[in-house]
Design a protein around this ligand. Structure first.
Ligand code: 13P
Ligand code: SF4
Length: 356
């Protein structure tokens, strides 16, 4: 395995926003707001598609209104299967773009188009394209957390649910992989598959903040707890995991494993679904700040936090914050995403919903 030494390395250029401070709503006002949103969804033939990291009120509303709460693979699949005229994607921008790429005839709205992702921001399309041009012999595999332009330059799109089997498949065919943008996920996939992978140097600012030493100490305090880790985390965290997996796979571990306690190394938004499906189990957040350390995101993605009931109502009233994609880019981006969805279907990956 080798790593890309590009000069676009992103960390310095990425502006990590503050977590937005949404005004607190008492129960009555929250209920009234939810009722207004339900009426707007009905009137506009719109459906909510939410990620597990967004606020629990949004996840609950998606479920109450016939929408969907899922990981990024299942969000893509649901959007393509839904009959609704408008998809309202509560998550980050690449999720809205994927929905639009697969459903150009549908209107795709998001509560905020400012909700991006450090992986997407750290992989600008022009620099990425030059990197691909320098390695024409490699199959280009990009993580879903990228822009439509970057996807358009790829051979395959993958999410964390399906990265391992797809790279295994390419490796078995003797293909060398150019991987972008998450170097931690790339390294994990490389270690698990033995594939020849050249890695872009990007990272998730949320998962990068988990601290190996502090996690080790926490594990000693809770010797019966299973450690669940999203593979965007660094090696020192992945190496301590009982289960490494996508958001859906981590939720399934909480419901399916016999343990009563779990240490969770991923965005804390996921706790809402874990508590819902396994109310008796104790969930402990993996530490993001060891001695002397500070955390910027503190296990909650600041871009996911830009989704709230308040701006969801606003986007339904105003119809702004719509995802629009150049048709030429869209046509080139749809093929590698469709390849992933076809692979998932053929191999029976990810079809079971966590609520099933
Ligand atoms: P999943 O595909 O596992 O839901 O992950 C998406 C993501 O952005 C994790 O940080
Ligand atoms: Fe991107 Fe990390 Fe936020 Fe996921 S948690 S959307 S990878 S910044």
């Amino acid at each position: 395995m080798s790593s890309a030494s590009t000069d676009v390395l992103a960390r310095d250029r990425i502006q990590v926003p503050e977590h937005p401070l949404w005004p607190a709503l008492d129960d009555a006002r929250k209920q009234a707001l939810k009722e207004r949103i339900k009426a707007l969804l009905d009137a506009q033939d719109a459906v909510l598609v939410a990620h597990y990291y967004v606020d629990g009120d949004l996840q609950a509303l998606a479920e109450e209104t016939g929408g969907y709460v899922a990981d990024s693979l299942e969000m893509a699949r649901f959007g393509a299967e839904s009959d609704a005229k408008t998809l309202v994607v509560c998550g980050v921008r690449f999720m809205g773009e994927t929905a639009k790429i697969l459903n150009p005839e549908k209107r795709v709205l998001m509560p905020s188009l400012q909700a991006t992702c450090s992986l997407d921001e750290g992989c600008p399309a022009d620099a990425f394209s030059a990197f691909c041009d320098a390695h024409p012999e490699r199959t280009v595999v990009v993580y879903a957390n990228t822009s439509a332009q970057v996807k358009a330059r790829s051979d395959w799109v993958v999410t964390s649910s399906i990265a391992l089997p797809i790279v295994e498949h390419l490796h078995a065919r003797g293909e060398k992989v150019l991987w972008a943008p998450d170097k931690h996920l790339g390294r994990y996939v490389q270690r698990m598959t033995g594939a020849d992978m050249l890695l872009w140097d990007g990272a998730c600012v949320v998962h990068e903040e988990f601290k190996g030493f502090a996690l080790d100490r926490l594990r000693r305090l809770h010797p019966d707890a299973a450690v669940l880790v999203h593979p965007e985390s660094p090696d020192e965290i992945v190496d301590q995991a009982d289960v490494v997996g996508s958001t859906t796979q981590l939720i399934r571990a909480v419901t399916d494993m016999p343990n009563r306690e779990f240490i969770i190394a991923t965005d804390e938004g996921i706790f809402w679904k874990m508590h819902q499906l396994a109310p008796g189990k104790k969930l402990i957040a993996a530490p993001t700040a060891g001695e002397g350390a500070t955390c910027e995101s503190c296990a909650h993605c600041p871009w996911m936090a830009m989704n709230a009931l308040q701006n969801l109502e606003q986007v339904l009233l105003r119809g702004d914050q719509e995802i629009l994609i150049d048709e030429d880019v869209r046509r080139r981006a749809v093929a590698p995403i469709q390849r992933m969805l076809d692979f998932a279907r053929e191999h029976g990956i990810g079809a079971r919903r966590n609520s099933d």
